[in-house]
Design a protein around this ligand. Structure first.
Ligand SMILES: Nc1ncnc2c1ncn2[C@@H]1O[C@H](COP(=O)(O)OP(=O)(O)O)[C@@H](O)[C@H]1O
Ligand SMILES: [Mg+2]
Length: 298
């Protein structure tokens, strides 16, 4: 199995895009997404070059989520069946897994990762799958423990989204490196959960605390990266001795990847610069990564 899987999802046009008579210029054909009408650079292709160009990109999965009536419509359930179940089977085998949504503001990252009450997204579905485990993995654990944490990174500062604090000001946590277990966030709260309902409660609490700020592109989109981490520990018997299989699942809803426009106000530019800096670093990490990883691109 490849270590990194990449999927793309095409969302329906928003109300604003419809009002502006926007057109969908992406076509999805099995694992290939074709983008039409790209503005080609005349200097490269000559002034005679037609602007009606089709550029094709291959992915591990391509999701067409425009019209629920369309037979090829990819619902939240379809996305979960591909990506969510592979996260779960990896976790059951003890792998560390990271699944993240990358894309421009308004492209549907939060919708895919979190969803809405009417259309539940990947994160709650994965949590539900941990509690209603039905797989053919031979060694079913005697018991398992699920602990979750939820943080956001906004302007290079790490904030706990689940800490009940009486401080009015949000406080910043430090990222440190443990010689054996690797990087961790010092003081990040861990919450033991025993059923799906508890996870949903914590997710809702964290989402409500996420910093959102108006941008030119989307009215209330988040300018922070949000990381929901699940520590999944299974108690097993190995050669008749009690043992543990531990895996960590990181579910990440990244901040918008768009380029900062110089006409934005200073705060938005600073946010954008920090977001871009972290996304570039993320790219370096992926290219050197050796762990099982799923990546989600929009
Ligand atoms: N696949 C989809 N189907 C229906 N609506 C979607 C889909 N993806 C995104 N949307 C809607 O588009 C808007 C922007 O999506 P959102 O997830 O907030 O974007 P992002 O997190 O990337 O900024 C939201 O109103 C969301 O409900
Ligand atoms: Mg979002």
């Amino acid at each position: 199995m490849a270590n990194v899987k990449v999927a793309v999802r095409v969302r329906p046009l928003s109300k604003r895009e419809n009002a502006e008579e926007g057109r969908i210029i992406v076509e999805v054909d099995n694992k290939v997404a074709k983008v039409r009408n790209i503005k080609v650079d005349n200097r490269l292709d000559g002034p005679w070059d037609s602007r009606e160009k089709i550029v094709a990109f291959s992915f591990d999965y391509c999701y067409w989520s425009i019209d629920p009536e369309d037979p090829k419509y990819a619902s939240q359930e379809v996305v979960f069946q591909d990506l969510g179940t592979s996260v779960l089977s990896g976790a059951f085998k003890g792998y560390n897994i990271c699944l993240f949504a990358y894309g421009q503001t308004g492209s549907g990252k939060t919708y895919t990762m979190m969803g809405t009450p009417a259309s539940v997204g990947l994160t709650p579905r994965i949590c539900e799958g941990l509690f209603s485990r039905q797989d053919d993995y031979s060694e079913q654990p005697a018991s398992c423990r699920v602990e979750v944490s939820f943080l956001e990174i906004y302007n290079e500062r790490v904030r706990d989204l689940l800490k009940q604090s009486d401080h009015k000001k949000p406080y910043t946590l430090r990222v440190r490196e443990h010689p054996e277990t690797g990087p961790y966030v010092q003081g990040l709260s861990q919450h033991l959960v025993t059923d799906y309902k508890q996870v949903v409660g914590l997710l809702e609490e964290g989402i409500a605390k996420r910093i959102t700020a108006a941008t030119h592109i989307h009215d209330a989109s988040s300018r922070s990266h949000a990381i929901f981490t699940i520590h999944y520990t299974q108690a097993i018997l190995e050669n008749n001795l009690p043992s543990e299989i531990a895996s960590k699942i990181n579910l990440v809803d990244l901040a918008g990847s768009e380029r900062a426009d110089p006409s934005y106000c200073k705060d938005r530019i600073t946010e954008g610069a920090n977001i871009n800096k972290s996304l570039v670093t993320l790219g370096i990490v992926i290219s050197t990564l050796d762990a099982v990883c799923c990546m989600f691109v929009f």
